[in-house]
Ligand binder design. Structure first.
Ligand SMILES: NC(=O)c1ccc[n+]([C@@H]2O[C@H](COP(=O)([O-])OP(=O)(O)OC[C@H]3O[C@@H](n4cnc5c(N)ncnc54)[C@H](O)[C@@H]3O)[C@@H](O)[C@H]2O)c1
Length: 268
Protein backbone atom coordinates (compact mmCIF):
# COMPACT_ATOMS: atom_id res chain seq x y z
CA UNK A 1 0.00 0.00 0.00
CA UNK A 2 1.46 3.30 -0.96
CA UNK A 3 -0.58 6.09 0.52
CA UNK A 4 0.74 9.27 2.05
CA UNK A 5 2.71 8.95 5.25
CA UNK A 6 3.68 11.41 7.94
CA UNK A 7 5.13 14.61 6.59
CA UNK A 8 3.58 14.03 3.18
CA UNK A 9 6.15 11.44 2.06
CA UNK A 10 4.73 8.46 0.15
CA UNK A 11 4.67 5.13 1.98
CA UNK A 12 6.13 2.04 0.31
CA UNK A 13 5.90 -0.42 3.20
CA UNK A 14 7.15 -3.79 1.97
CA UNK A 15 7.09 -2.73 -1.69
CA UNK A 16 9.93 -4.23 -3.70
CA UNK A 17 11.94 -2.05 -6.07
CA UNK A 18 14.87 -2.70 -8.37
CA UNK A 19 16.92 0.43 -9.09
CA UNK A 20 19.54 0.32 -11.84
CA UNK A 21 22.48 2.67 -11.61
CA UNK A 22 21.95 2.56 -7.84
CA UNK A 23 25.64 2.93 -7.08
CA UNK A 24 25.74 6.69 -7.50
CA UNK A 25 23.83 9.92 -8.01
CA UNK A 26 20.10 9.62 -8.67
CA UNK A 27 20.14 5.86 -8.13
CA UNK A 28 21.79 6.04 -4.71
CA UNK A 29 19.62 8.96 -3.57
CA UNK A 30 16.55 7.03 -4.71
CA UNK A 31 17.61 3.83 -2.93
CA UNK A 32 17.98 5.78 0.31
CA UNK A 33 14.69 7.66 -0.18
CA UNK A 34 12.55 4.65 -1.16
CA UNK A 35 14.03 2.57 1.67
CA UNK A 36 13.35 5.36 4.16
CA UNK A 37 9.69 5.04 3.16
CA UNK A 38 9.64 1.28 3.73
CA UNK A 39 10.61 -0.18 0.37
CA UNK A 40 12.86 -3.21 -0.02
CA UNK A 41 15.52 -2.16 -2.51
CA UNK A 42 17.68 -4.13 -4.92
CA UNK A 43 20.57 -1.76 -5.64
CA UNK A 44 21.74 -2.82 -9.10
CA UNK A 45 24.86 -1.37 -10.71
CA UNK A 46 27.66 -2.34 -13.07
CA UNK A 47 30.03 -1.11 -10.36
CA UNK A 48 29.51 -3.78 -7.73
CA UNK A 49 31.44 -1.95 -5.01
CA UNK A 50 29.23 1.11 -5.46
CA UNK A 51 26.07 -1.02 -5.43
CA UNK A 52 27.21 -2.68 -2.22
CA UNK A 53 28.05 0.71 -0.69
CA UNK A 54 24.55 2.00 -1.45
CA UNK A 55 23.04 -1.11 0.16
CA UNK A 56 25.33 -0.61 3.16
CA UNK A 57 24.14 2.99 3.53
CA UNK A 58 20.49 1.86 3.34
CA UNK A 59 21.07 -0.82 5.97
CA UNK A 60 22.92 1.69 8.13
CA UNK A 61 19.89 3.95 8.01
CA UNK A 62 17.64 1.10 9.17
CA UNK A 63 16.30 0.14 5.74
CA UNK A 64 16.22 -3.06 3.71
CA UNK A 65 18.44 -3.47 0.66
CA UNK A 66 20.96 -5.62 -1.10
CA UNK A 67 23.61 -4.84 -3.69
CA UNK A 68 23.46 -6.60 -7.05
CA UNK A 69 26.03 -6.58 -9.83
CA UNK A 70 24.10 -5.72 -12.98
CA UNK A 71 25.30 -4.46 -16.34
CA UNK A 72 22.07 -3.26 -17.97
CA UNK A 73 23.52 -3.86 -21.44
CA UNK A 74 23.39 -7.61 -20.67
CA UNK A 75 19.92 -9.14 -20.74
CA UNK A 76 20.90 -11.97 -18.37
CA UNK A 77 22.07 -9.45 -15.75
CA UNK A 78 18.75 -7.59 -15.84
CA UNK A 79 16.79 -10.84 -15.62
CA UNK A 80 18.96 -11.86 -12.67
CA UNK A 81 18.42 -8.56 -10.81
CA UNK A 82 14.65 -9.05 -11.05
CA UNK A 83 14.96 -12.74 -10.09
CA UNK A 84 16.97 -11.77 -6.99
CA UNK A 85 14.27 -9.27 -6.02
CA UNK A 86 11.54 -11.90 -6.36
CA UNK A 87 13.51 -14.69 -4.65
CA UNK A 88 14.62 -12.47 -1.76
CA UNK A 89 11.61 -10.23 -1.18
CA UNK A 90 8.77 -12.22 -2.80
CA UNK A 91 7.77 -10.08 -5.76
CA UNK A 92 8.53 -7.00 -7.85
CA UNK A 93 6.41 -3.87 -7.45
CA UNK A 94 8.53 -1.10 -8.97
CA UNK A 95 11.25 -1.09 -11.64
CA UNK A 96 13.36 2.05 -11.77
CA UNK A 97 15.41 1.99 -14.99
CA UNK A 98 17.84 4.74 -14.08
CA UNK A 99 21.31 3.64 -15.23
CA UNK A 100 22.74 5.93 -17.87
CA UNK A 101 25.98 7.49 -19.05
CA UNK A 102 26.88 10.87 -20.52
CA UNK A 103 28.34 11.96 -23.81
CA UNK A 104 32.00 10.91 -23.53
CA UNK A 105 33.47 14.39 -23.82
CA UNK A 106 31.33 17.31 -22.70
CA UNK A 107 30.29 19.63 -25.51
CA UNK A 108 31.36 17.29 -28.31
CA UNK A 109 29.55 17.76 -31.62
CA UNK A 110 27.88 15.25 -33.90
CA UNK A 111 30.87 14.62 -36.15
CA UNK A 112 33.15 14.09 -33.14
CA UNK A 113 31.24 10.97 -32.11
CA UNK A 114 32.83 7.67 -33.04
CA UNK A 115 30.97 4.48 -33.83
CA UNK A 116 32.11 3.19 -30.42
CA UNK A 117 30.60 6.26 -28.71
CA UNK A 118 27.29 5.55 -30.48
CA UNK A 119 27.33 1.85 -29.55
CA UNK A 120 28.13 2.57 -25.88
CA UNK A 121 25.46 5.24 -25.40
CA UNK A 122 22.78 3.22 -27.18
CA UNK A 123 23.69 0.03 -25.33
CA UNK A 124 23.55 1.50 -21.83
CA UNK A 125 20.97 4.27 -22.12
CA UNK A 126 18.50 2.67 -24.54
CA UNK A 127 19.00 -1.10 -24.67
CA UNK A 128 19.32 -1.19 -20.89
CA UNK A 129 15.93 0.46 -20.46
CA UNK A 130 14.42 -1.90 -23.07
CA UNK A 131 15.64 -4.91 -21.06
CA UNK A 132 14.43 -3.40 -17.79
CA UNK A 133 10.96 -2.67 -19.12
CA UNK A 134 10.63 -5.99 -20.97
CA UNK A 135 11.52 -8.16 -18.01
CA UNK A 136 9.68 -6.15 -15.37
CA UNK A 137 6.48 -6.25 -17.46
CA UNK A 138 6.94 -10.02 -17.82
CA UNK A 139 7.31 -10.32 -14.03
CA UNK A 140 4.29 -8.09 -13.39
CA UNK A 141 2.26 -10.39 -15.67
CA UNK A 142 3.45 -13.49 -13.78
CA UNK A 143 2.19 -11.79 -10.61
CA UNK A 144 -1.23 -11.19 -12.17
CA UNK A 145 -0.84 -7.62 -13.36
CA UNK A 146 -0.31 -4.25 -11.76
CA UNK A 147 3.10 -2.66 -11.34
CA UNK A 148 5.05 0.53 -11.82
CA UNK A 149 7.96 1.45 -14.05
CA UNK A 150 9.90 4.68 -13.70
CA UNK A 151 12.54 5.44 -16.32
CA UNK A 152 15.19 8.13 -16.24
CA UNK A 153 14.98 10.06 -19.48
CA UNK A 154 16.37 13.56 -19.84
CA UNK A 155 15.42 17.00 -21.06
CA UNK A 156 18.01 16.14 -23.74
CA UNK A 157 15.38 13.74 -25.08
CA UNK A 158 12.80 16.54 -25.29
CA UNK A 159 14.77 19.46 -26.72
CA UNK A 160 17.83 19.65 -28.96
CA UNK A 161 20.42 20.10 -26.23
CA UNK A 162 22.86 17.86 -24.41
CA UNK A 163 24.55 16.00 -27.25
CA UNK A 164 23.05 14.48 -30.39
CA UNK A 165 23.69 10.83 -29.63
CA UNK A 166 22.99 11.11 -25.92
CA UNK A 167 19.79 13.02 -26.74
CA UNK A 168 18.77 10.37 -29.25
CA UNK A 169 19.08 7.65 -26.61
CA UNK A 170 17.03 9.67 -24.15
CA UNK A 171 14.45 10.52 -26.81
CA UNK A 172 14.17 6.78 -27.30
CA UNK A 173 13.67 6.25 -23.57
CA UNK A 174 10.97 8.92 -23.56
CA UNK A 175 9.21 7.30 -26.53
CA UNK A 176 9.39 3.78 -25.04
CA UNK A 177 7.95 5.20 -21.83
CA UNK A 178 4.84 6.43 -23.64
CA UNK A 179 4.50 3.35 -25.86
CA UNK A 180 4.69 0.85 -23.00
CA UNK A 181 2.39 3.03 -20.87
CA UNK A 182 -0.28 2.70 -23.55
CA UNK A 183 0.39 -0.97 -24.25
CA UNK A 184 0.16 -1.95 -20.58
CA UNK A 185 -2.44 0.48 -19.22
CA UNK A 186 -5.24 -2.09 -19.30
CA UNK A 187 -3.11 -4.29 -17.00
CA UNK A 188 -2.72 -1.42 -14.51
CA UNK A 189 0.98 -1.22 -15.22
CA UNK A 190 1.96 2.46 -15.07
CA UNK A 191 5.04 3.75 -16.89
CA UNK A 192 6.47 7.24 -16.44
CA UNK A 193 9.81 8.97 -16.82
CA UNK A 194 11.68 11.61 -14.90
CA UNK A 195 13.57 13.95 -17.23
CA UNK A 196 16.35 15.76 -15.38
CA UNK A 197 18.27 18.70 -16.75
CA UNK A 198 21.95 19.14 -15.94
CA UNK A 199 22.78 17.88 -12.44
CA UNK A 200 26.32 18.98 -11.65
CA UNK A 201 26.94 17.09 -8.42
CA UNK A 202 26.50 13.43 -9.39
CA UNK A 203 29.27 11.40 -11.02
CA UNK A 204 27.61 11.89 -14.41
CA UNK A 205 29.68 14.96 -15.24
CA UNK A 206 32.75 13.66 -13.45
CA UNK A 207 34.81 13.35 -16.66
CA UNK A 208 34.73 17.15 -16.75
CA UNK A 209 35.90 17.38 -13.17
CA UNK A 210 39.24 16.95 -11.51
CA UNK A 211 40.53 13.40 -11.19
CA UNK A 212 39.01 11.62 -8.22
CA UNK A 213 36.34 14.21 -7.48
CA UNK A 214 32.61 13.65 -7.42
CA UNK A 215 30.79 15.85 -9.88
CA UNK A 216 32.06 19.26 -10.93
CA UNK A 217 33.24 22.02 -8.66
CA UNK A 218 30.89 24.55 -7.11
CA UNK A 219 31.59 27.32 -9.66
CA UNK A 220 30.78 25.05 -12.62
CA UNK A 221 27.75 23.76 -10.74
CA UNK A 222 26.46 27.26 -10.24
CA UNK A 223 26.99 27.96 -13.95
CA UNK A 224 24.94 24.88 -14.84
CA UNK A 225 22.22 26.05 -12.46
CA UNK A 226 22.07 29.41 -14.23
CA UNK A 227 20.86 27.60 -17.36
CA UNK A 228 17.58 26.89 -15.56
CA UNK A 229 14.99 29.64 -15.02
CA UNK A 230 14.75 28.77 -11.31
CA UNK A 231 18.54 29.08 -11.12
CA UNK A 232 19.12 26.43 -8.45
CA UNK A 233 21.31 23.36 -8.97
CA UNK A 234 19.19 20.28 -9.66
CA UNK A 235 20.06 17.47 -7.31
CA UNK A 236 19.83 13.71 -7.20
CA UNK A 237 17.43 14.13 -4.28
CA UNK A 238 15.11 16.27 -6.48
CA UNK A 239 14.99 13.38 -8.94
CA UNK A 240 14.46 10.79 -6.22
CA UNK A 241 11.49 12.76 -4.89
CA UNK A 242 9.93 12.93 -8.36
CA UNK A 243 10.51 9.22 -8.95
CA UNK A 244 8.89 8.42 -5.61
CA UNK A 245 5.82 10.47 -6.47
CA UNK A 246 5.45 8.76 -9.84
CA UNK A 247 5.89 5.34 -8.22
CA UNK A 248 3.39 6.04 -5.45
CA UNK A 249 -0.35 5.50 -5.32
CA UNK A 250 -0.70 9.28 -5.29
CA UNK A 251 0.09 9.01 -9.01
CA UNK A 252 -2.38 6.17 -9.60
CA UNK A 253 -3.94 7.98 -12.57
CA UNK A 254 -0.67 9.16 -14.08
CA UNK A 255 0.96 7.15 -16.87
CA UNK A 256 2.94 7.95 -20.00
CA UNK A 257 4.23 11.20 -18.49
CA UNK A 258 7.68 12.70 -19.07
CA UNK A 259 8.26 14.81 -15.95
CA UNK A 260 11.01 17.42 -16.35
CA UNK A 261 13.12 18.01 -13.25
CA UNK A 262 14.65 21.03 -14.86
CA UNK A 263 13.98 24.29 -13.04
CA UNK A 264 11.76 25.33 -15.95
CA UNK A 265 14.35 24.71 -18.67
CA UNK A 266 12.03 23.19 -21.29
CA UNK A 267 9.18 25.59 -20.51
CA UNK A 268 10.82 28.62 -22.06
N1 LIG B 1 23.52 14.27 -14.13
C1 LIG B 1 22.91 14.85 -15.16
O1 LIG B 1 23.24 15.98 -15.57
C2 LIG B 1 21.76 14.16 -15.84
C3 LIG B 1 20.88 14.92 -16.62
C4 LIG B 1 19.80 14.28 -17.25
C5 LIG B 1 19.65 12.91 -17.11
N2 LIG B 1 20.53 12.20 -16.34
C6 LIG B 1 20.32 10.75 -16.23
O2 LIG B 1 20.17 10.41 -14.87
C7 LIG B 1 20.56 9.04 -14.70
C8 LIG B 1 21.45 8.93 -13.49
O3 LIG B 1 22.58 9.76 -13.71
P1 LIG B 1 23.44 10.35 -12.50
O4 LIG B 1 23.52 11.81 -12.71
O5 LIG B 1 22.95 9.81 -11.20
O6 LIG B 1 24.88 9.73 -12.88
P2 LIG B 1 25.96 8.92 -12.03
O7 LIG B 1 27.11 8.76 -12.98
O8 LIG B 1 26.20 9.56 -10.72
O9 LIG B 1 25.25 7.49 -11.78
C9 LIG B 1 25.04 6.58 -12.83
C10 LIG B 1 25.19 5.16 -12.30
O10 LIG B 1 24.92 4.25 -13.39
C11 LIG B 1 25.87 3.21 -13.33
N3 LIG B 1 26.02 2.56 -14.63
C12 LIG B 1 26.71 3.00 -15.71
N4 LIG B 1 26.65 2.08 -16.68
C13 LIG B 1 25.90 1.06 -16.22
C14 LIG B 1 25.49 -0.18 -16.76
N5 LIG B 1 25.90 -0.58 -17.99
N6 LIG B 1 24.71 -1.00 -16.02
C15 LIG B 1 24.35 -0.62 -14.76
N7 LIG B 1 24.71 0.53 -14.19
C16 LIG B 1 25.49 1.36 -14.92
C17 LIG B 1 27.15 3.88 -12.84
O11 LIG B 1 28.07 2.92 -12.32
C18 LIG B 1 26.61 4.84 -11.80
O12 LIG B 1 26.55 4.23 -10.52
C19 LIG B 1 21.19 8.61 -16.02
O13 LIG B 1 20.25 7.87 -16.78
C20 LIG B 1 21.48 9.93 -16.71
O14 LIG B 1 21.49 9.80 -18.12
C21 LIG B 1 21.56 12.79 -15.70
Amino acid sequence: MTSEGQGGAPVFDGKVIVITGAGSGVGRASALAFAACGAHVVCADVNNAWAEETARQVLGAGGTALGQLCDVTKEDDVVEAIRVAVDTFGRLDIMFNNAGVATPRPGMGLVDHTFEDWERLVAINLRGVFFGMKHSVAQFRRQGGGGVIVNTGSVAGIVGWGGTVYGATKGGVNQMTKAVAIECAAEDIRVNAICPAGMPFTNFMAPAAAEGSTGVDRAVGDAVAQMHPLGRPITAEDCAAAAMFLASDEARNITGVLLPIDGGYVAR
